[in-house]
Design a protein around this ligand. Structure first.
Ligand code: BES
Ligand code: ZN
Ligand code: ZN
Length: 490
């Protein structure tokens, strides 16, 4: 999608459709455009549009303004408003308009909402519009080539950097979505690695890939134990964005990239198992964030590490009760082979720590328990550094990706003790599944490195269509990571 700007007001835009946001029945339109406001209220009278979050209405016009159609997009009541709602409303408007045949769109350049910065509004609305235009059609034989869409922000501008960011971030998201939505047979670890190599080259990053031999040599017993039941070998993928200061310590982003999680010998039930192709979404969010960071030329050096493996119950698979050794030398008793994400992350976090980073943030579809706790309304964040956790929560609020902190009490670490090894991969009490998983990860991060873990099991994909998105990967986490790392420049 091409995003551009225009100095003239929204009513002057000769487009297929003009998009206007509504907070309930209150139009979020500059007061000086009184005729447009009157037109909207007349159109709404004869419709069921209530301005609820996600609701849209498309009205064909007959010359009242320069555009052919008016699309109203609801962001719901003010008291429930957040930036994610706005971003999704923009996506929903584009999808509704596209379905009605529109290809050229305009939106106002600012939004009269208290506390909403115009630049941030354009980033959210622009990025949401790009995301709304996406469909995963790689395997649809009858997929029609849809016409490219365009979006113009109309009105006054102080700075246009937000337009560049929306364009670059949107492009990174769409590029990565085509990989993230691939099924297990089409996206084995080797494919993830070759995709990352090409992407890194295109965007001026370096990419190092550790295969089975190197992982064995380094003693990465965690990721190897997950992959050993599969015909597909593991890969550890390491992407580097240099930044501008060669002396600065890097931020390291780590992503669980389990290309398919059958559970291994601790096999999952059949119902819904197909969704476990999305168990790579931590890594997909890291890939998208790395591409965004490279496209925005952020100053901070950033390293992205993807632990890519397939969890299968082959004849060489890890058995419950097996004891393995992770990269940092700690031994792990694998009592449940379905708790495999933490084994992959144990090695990846150990490698991350070697880089003497400023901070480590890992993302993973790690536990079903986080869905019990938070559903899909937020991802859980846990960590060893309160400043890092609160910075991530703030970035999430700005970027429209909600995080909710869970505690990391010592009780959770105690619950992970093993009778036969340094640590077990499941907790004894079988309670607090998300926090005990994080307590396990903490064992692989040196105490003096600020570290946070984000559990995206409830937010990484949609199982049914929403107004702003078809079923599939959401790439949750990429937007907040880009927001956070870009803000470190300030
Ligand atoms: N990938 C799953 C977690 C998951 C479940 C993600 C549902 C998304 C939706 C993870 O590898 C897993 O199976 N975790 C187990 C851990 C348990 C065995 C301690 C879980 O959550 O049940
Ligand atoms: Zn699992
Ligand atoms: Zn998993």
């Amino acid at each position: 999608m091409k995003i551009s700007t225009s100095g003239t007001t929204i009513d002057q835009q000769k487009k297929d459709a003009v998009i206007l946001f509504f907070q309930g029945e209150k139009p979020l339109i500059d007061k000086t455009l009184s005729e447009l406001i009157t037109l909207c209220s007349e159109l709404i009278k004869s419709s069921s549009f209530k301005g609820q979050s996600g609701q849209t209405a498309v009205f064909p016009l007959a010359g009242q303004i320069a555009a052919k159609r008016l699309i109203l997009a609801g962001v719901g009541e003010a008291k429930y408003f957040d930036n994610g709602i706005l971003e999704k409303a923009a996506g929903a408007a584009i999808r509704a308009g596209r379905d009605a045949g529109a290809t050229t769109f305009a939106m106002p350049s600012g939004l009269p909402i208290d506390g909403m910065d115009d630049g941030l509004y354009r980033l959210l609305a622009g990025r949401g519009a790009v995301w709304g235009s996406y469909d995963f059609s790689t395997f649809k034989s009858d997929s029609r080539k849809t016409k490219p869409l365009s979006l113009t922000f109309a009105g006054k501008f102080t700075s246009k950097i937000s337009i560049t960011y929306a364009t670059e971030q949107g492009a990174a998201l769409l590029d990565t979505a085509d990989l993230a939505n691939l099924p297990g047979n089409e996206a084995p670890p080797e494919k993830i690695a070759s995709w990352a190599r090409i992407m890194a080259k295109q965007h001026g990053m370096t990419c190092q890939v550790l295969g089975k031999a190197e992982l064995t040599k380094k003693g990465c017993g965690g990721i190897l134990s997950v992959a050993q039941g599969s015909a597909q070998d593991a890969r550890m993928v390491i992407l580097r964005h240099k930044g501008t200061d060669p002396k600065a310590r890097p931020i390291v982003l780590v992503g669980k990239t389990v290309t398919f999680d059958s559970g291994g010998i601790s096999l999952k039930p059949g119902k819904g198992m197909g969704w476990m192709r999305y168990d790579k979404c931590g890594g997909m969010a890291v890939l998208a964030a790395m591409q965004m960071i490279a496209r925005m030329n952020v100053k901070t050096p950033v390293v992205g590490i993807l632990g890519a493996a397939e969890n299968m119950p082959g004849s060489n698979a890890t058995r419950p009760g097996d004891i393995i050794k992770a990269y940092n030398g700690k031994t792990i008793e694998v009592l449940n082979t379905d708790a495999e994400g933490r084994l992959v992350l144990a090695d990846a976090l150990g490698l991350a720590a070697d880089l003497k980073p400023r901070a480590i943030v890992d993302l993973a579809t790690l536990t079903g328990a986080v869905i019990v706790a938070l559903g899909s309304a937020a991802s859980a964040v846990l960590g060893n550094d309160e400043t890092l956790v609160s910075d991530l929560i703030a970035a999430g609020n700005n970027a429209g990706e909600r995080l909710w902190q869970l505690p990391l009490y010592k009780e959770y670490s105690d619950d992970m003790k093993s009778d036969f090894a340094d640590i077990s991969n499941i907790c004894k009490s079988s309670s607090a599944g998300t926090a005990t998983a994080a307590a396990f990860l903490q064992e692989f991060v040196p105490e003096d490195i600020p570290w946070a873990h984000i559990d995206i099991a409830g937010t990484a994909w949609l199982e049914s269509a929403k107004p702003h998105q078809a079923p599939g990967a959401t790439l949750f986490g990429a937007r907040l990571l880009a927001q956070w790392i870009e803000s470190l420049n300030a």
